[in-house]
Ligand binder design. Structure first.
Ligand SMILES: *[C@@H]1O[C@H](CO)[C@@H](O)[C@H](O)[C@H]1NC(C)=O
Ligand SMILES: *[C@@H]1O[C@H](CO)[C@@H](O)[C@H](O)[C@H]1NC(C)=O
Ligand SMILES: *[C@@H]1O[C@H](CO)[C@@H](O)[C@H](O)[C@H]1NC(C)=O
Ligand SMILES: *[C@@H]1O[C@H](CO)[C@@H](O)[C@H](O)[C@H]1NC(C)=O
Ligand SMILES: *[C@@H]1O[C@H](CO)[C@@H](O)[C@H](O)[C@H]1NC(C)=O
Ligand SMILES: *[C@@H]1O[C@H](CO)[C@@H](O)[C@H](O)[C@H]1NC(C)=O
Ligand SMILES: *[C@@H]1O[C@H](CO)[C@@H](O)[C@H](O)[C@H]1NC(C)=O
Ligand SMILES: *[C@@H]1O[C@H](CO)[C@@H](O)[C@H](O)[C@H]1NC(C)=O
Ligand SMILES: *[C@@H]1O[C@H](CO)[C@@H](O)[C@H](O)[C@H]1NC(C)=O
Ligand SMILES: *[C@@H]1O[C@H](CO)[C@@H](O)[C@H](O)[C@H]1NC(C)=O
Ligand SMILES: *[C@@H]1O[C@H](CO)[C@@H](O)[C@H](O)[C@H]1NC(C)=O
Length: 858
């Protein structure tokens, strides 16, 4: 590999006439994994393992056995000859779906709202330990797609909010947490899966700069963090399905970002045998056509892929690369032997398809009855995970308004109002997939859910606390009986009203909301309920369980609404986390990970609810990089509450902003990758005889189930004459991309160019945590007013001050140049802003231009 040192003098945005990379053939061939930073040992082990495999054994590891064919939501075939069981893949991003004795963690959006790397990491570790404990190999999370282009996006809550930097940091820490427990993480859904309407057919068009600076950004962080797998999404990009897309998978993910793990399809997102294989898919999920049986293979891969390899349509190096990537990911997280979990990971110990002890080993075919569920308790000994969930729950509550009513100190009486405060008498899991609002809501709906082991409701937690304090407790449940709500609230010193909006995945609709929210108002008569309570009680406290923003202006300005708290989707400790903040045991540190406004239109990007041609829904992300706060600032729209906003029970002062160029070890010139890869390697010999690729004599098949063998002795596997080497099948050495070269992209993008320091002091009377946020103005019309490029959580005793340090990397101050296909520091003057939100700026400074460069103004 040759490094070319490039001078840093670059023209600004010479973008206009660039070729459209989405329609070039740059995506061939599919890059073969080659190890590198953090992967070398894993690759050595994987190559040794794969070299022992026959073609059908290899194919077995690339293909799911079919929907409900085994006990996890996804399972691959196994290698019985070597005692290697197939992979078990299980939802989801906030805990284990479809089992018992697991925890229900706060949703991704809550984890992001803490702005705490420590808590993001701890949440990942605890989730990883739970998946490990059930024998699961791959946790299907975390989520960076949807990013949150539009606030109504049904699955936004599964991820970390619309800012790519906050999402990227959250992805990296979550992934490292999960994988430290010997479980493979999966960064999903790759890419541009920004809405639920038409998600299986929508074609998204966007410009290359927006792709890099916004939607791809957090996936780059995931890859740099060593993520083991990536899930391609259901939608199309520029007319091509994500799981069949040589540009997004081969070119961007595997080549430019240097991803060394494997790409799996979302469930049913694979469309063709050959297209998916050559365009970079490595594992087909769930393997079949989502149920039923379509002979002879019941699959696009399985035996169908074996046939294609034998006929020369899929080169051996490509199928070898699939399996090496899968096994390297397995060894990378030390799944064969993990630190304190030194025992070989146990058998899968639960069944997604029954809550009972006994059931079918293979549900889709009702085959082999036996013990399927060990009811293994994975919640961490001594309530360890519950304590963490409560801490994250409390530290993810954003205090949006407080006229002084909070924190509470032994009020004489307290009224709890609203259905969303209540326990469900049928239990917390009464609604399948969590798709209802009949009691308190603590997670969204769909596949990103887990069963609650229990759910502490706000009413129960407040009642317990009231009893301890000698506070009289009143409680009313109906959202529609406003007279009763008023009567109850009128009597109380304070009234807590819990209200809801809900969102989820589009295989279920709730109240006519097909995953995405139809509007940004509260559900279930919530606004009228708040108004009724506030009309009689001057200490009205509003608690929001919503997946994102709702219209709040009327309550923000209402004199009797004394406090507003966003609690998001906090998980099983919901009520306990809430009282920690209400009563001041936790001084709120959360800051809003999205912008609050009054209507969807104000966000400047729109969700496609109804396509002119429903068979061919198309959408252009014409707003470019201007989503969420970037849009509000440019359009001059004052939000109700801005991105990054949240109150504390104390106050902070900012002082003494300093910028140091580089640091003692870094800050050199940008390196442009040059040179080329090695040719594609192959492992083991390919036995082309039909007989070597058939099921063994007497093998007893179950149906439906996906197997790797040829369908029968009469299959012709003669090398096809018309298969010549094309760009897609060419295994010769390939040139490196200038922006590539290592996981996460060119390593010199991560050089520290500036170190920024400032002092923060707690000037109030109680201890608290401030979240200083660093925004960088990259300059020029093409760039937003500022983009988040640093944050910290700083806990301070009253009167205490600390120095905070932010490191700005080359990537942090660069833009994507679509012509040179590389990151460049444009010559526009760059200003940094340090503040307590995206608009509450306390300090600013101009960054010195890098050596050899002069800033231009305007
Ligand atoms: C490679 O991907 C591009 C963009 O998606 C597409 O236009 C092109 O047809 C693909 N090439 C082939 C041979 O499928
Ligand atoms: C493929 O996996 C299935 C399911 O685990 C197993 O029954 C079969 O024997 C495997 N085939 C080979 C060739 O190892
Ligand atoms: C095998 O793959 C082809 C597409 O490449 C598909 O048309 C066919 O349905 C598949 N066969 C089976 C039985 O799944
Ligand atoms: C499997 O058994 C269940 C009852 O236990 C039955 O409802 C279902 O139809 C059966 N499915 C198959 C594929 O035989
Ligand atoms: C899983 O559960 C089964 C059935 O209860 C039990 O025999 C086995 O020991 C359990 N395995 C692990 C790893 O807990
Ligand atoms: C609140 O009131 C409802 C309806 O009367 C009741 O079922 C529930 O138990 C009460 N909640 C608490 C925490 O007392
Ligand atoms: C309000 O308080 C009065 C006097 O303490 C009591 O008689 C009445 O039942 C209370 N009403 C409600 C709805 O709790
Ligand atoms: C918004 O949607 C919710 C949920 O469907 C519904 O309850 C509410 O009435 C809607 N708001 C408006 C203003 O239509
Ligand atoms: C606020 O509450 C008081 C009762 O304490 C009530 O008289 C007043 O009308 C309320 N204000 C508004 C704007 O509803
Ligand atoms: C310089 O930056 C690198 C990369 O972030 C870091 O590892 C190193 O500790 C820094 N050195 C100093 C003196 O801050
Ligand atoms: C930077 O801060 C100074 C001093 O508070 C202020 O006068 C100036 O307007 C700020 N600059 C920008 C670009 O906000």
């Amino acid at each position: 590999m040759i490094y070319l040192i490039k001078t840093l003098v670059c023209a600004a945005a010479a973008a206009a006439a660039a070729p459209n990379p989405f329609t070039s053939s740059a995506g061939y061939p599919s890059p073969w994994g080659n190890g590198g930073e953090g992967w070398d040992e894993a690759y050595a082990k994987a190559r040794e393992f794969v070299a022992k495999l026959t073609l059908v054994e290899k194919v077995n590891l690339t293909t799911g056995t079919g929907w409900e064919a085994d006990r996890c939501v996804g399972a691959t075939g196994s290698v019985p000859r070597l005692g290697f069981r197939g992979f078990c893949l299980q939802d989801g991003p906030l805990g284990i779906r479809y089992t018992d004795h697991n925890s229900a963690f706060p949703a991704g959006i809550n984890a992001a709202a803490t702005w705490s790397r420590r808590l993001l990491r701890a949440r990942g570790e605890a989730m990883g330990a739970e998946f490990h404990g059930k024998g699961i190999d791959v946790q299907l999370g975390p989520v960076a797609g949807p990013l949150g282009r539009v606030p109504q996006g049904g699955r936004n809550w599964e991820g970390f909010g619309p800012d790519p930097y906050l999402t990227g940091v959250s992805m990296a820490h979550t992934i490292q947490g999960i994988q430290s427990r010997g479980v493979l993480a999966c960064a999903k859904h790759y890419i541009l899966n920004e809405q639920e309407h038409y998600r299986n057919s929508i074609s998204v068009r966007l410009d290359d700069r927006t792709m890099h600076e916004l939607y791809l950004w957090p996936f780059a962080d995931a890859v740099r963090a060593g993520v083991a797998s990536v899930m391609c999404s259901y939608n199309k990009i520029e007319g091509v399905y994500a799981c069949e897309n040589n540009y997004t998978t081969n070119f961007l993910l595997k080549n430019e970002l240097g991803f060394q793990g494997f790409v799996m399809s979302d469930w049913g997102a694979q469309k063709t045998t050959l297209g998916s294989a050559l365009n970079g898919l490595d594992m087909a999920m769930p393997g079949d056509f989502m149920g039923g049986n379509r002979p002879p293979y019941n699959a696009l891969w399985g035996g169908n892929l074996t046939e294609h390899v034998l006929r020369g349509q899929v080169p051996q190096w490509r199928v070898d690369d699939m399996v090496v990537r899968i096994m390297a990911a397995y060894f990378k997280v030390r799944r064969d032997s993990v630190g304190k979990y030194a025992e070989r990971p146990g058998e899968v110990n639960f069944s997604s398809w029954t809550t009972k002890r006994e059931g079918w080993m293979h549900e889709s075919s009702n085959s082999t009855w036996g013990v399927v569920n060990g009811f293994v308790d994975v919640q961490g000994g001594g309530g360890e995970h519950a304590a963490l969930i409560r801490e994250i729950g409390a530290k993810s509550i954003v205090l949006l308004k407080n006229t002084g009513v909070l924190p509470l100190t032994k009020p004489a009486s307290i009224a709890v109002v609203g259905r969303d405060a209540q326990d469900d008498p049928r239990g917390p899991n009464a609604c399948k997939e969590r798709a209802c609002i009949e009691a308190t809501v603590a997670m969204g709906w769909g596949s990103g859910t887990a069963e609650f082991p229990y759910l502490i409701s706000p009413a129960t937690a407040i009642k317990t606390r009231a009893a301890a304090d000698g506070t009289t407790f009143f409680n009313t449940t109906s959202n529609w009986d406003l007279e009763t709500a008023k009567a109850v609230a009128r009597n109380a010193s304070v009234a807590v009203v819990c209200v809801v909006a809900h969102a989820g995945e589009n295989f279920v609709s709730v109240g006519g909301n097909a995953g995405d929210r139809n509007n940004l108002t509260l559900w279930d008569n919530g606004d009228a309920l708040i108004r009724a309570v506030a009309s009689v009680n001057p200490n009205t406290i509003v608690v929001l369980h919503t997946p994102g923003p709702v219209a709040l202006a009327q309550h923000k300005s209402h004199p009797n609404v004394s406090a507003i708290l966003w609690a998001g989707y906090p998980g099983q400790e919901s009520g306990n986390a809430l009282i920690d903040v209400l009563y001041g045991a936790v001084n709120p540190q959360a800051r809003s990970p999205f912008t609050w406004a009054e209507s969807p239109e104000q966000y400047g990007a729109s969700l496609l609810f109804s396509a002119p041609d429903p068979r061919n829904p198309e959408q252009t992300f014409s707003e470019g990089v201007f989503i969420d706060y970037r849009h509000f600032q440019r359009a001059g729209i004052a939000p109700t509450y801005e991105f990054g906003f949240g109150l504390s029970y104390t106050t902070f002062e900012y002082r003494n902003l300093r910028v140091v160029v580089g640091n003692s070890t870094q800050g050199g010139a940008q390196v442009v990758m040059q040179g080329s890869t090695k040719p594609a390697p192959t492992y083991g010999t390919l036995d082309r005889r039909v007989g070597a690729n058939l099921a063994p004599e007497g093998f007893s098949r179950i149906t439906p189930y996906v197997y790797p063998w040829l369908s029968g002795p009469n299959v012709s596997v003669a090398l096809l004459q018309n298969v010549s080497t094309t760009a897609a099948t060419d295994g010769s050495a390939q040139p490196l991309l200038p922006a590539g070269g290592a996981p996460g992209g060119n390593p010199s993008l991560y050089d520290v160019l500036y170190t920024v320091r400032a002092e923060i002091e707690n000037t109030g009377a109680v201890a608290g945590t401030e979240i200083p946020q660093l925004y960088v103005q990259l300059g020029g019309q093409e760039n937003p007013w500022g983009v988040l490029r640093g944050f910290d959580d700083v806990t301070l005793a009253p009167g205490e001050s600390k120095t905070v340090t932010f490191e700005l990397t080359r990537r942090d101050v660069s833009n994507w140049n679509v012509s040179s296909q590389n990151w460049e520091i444009w010559t526009k003057e760059k200003v940094i802003f340090l503040g307590s939100s995206s608009t509450r700026i306390r300090l600013n400074a101009t960054l010195p231009a890098p050596p050899g460069m002069r800033w231009s103004h305007g």
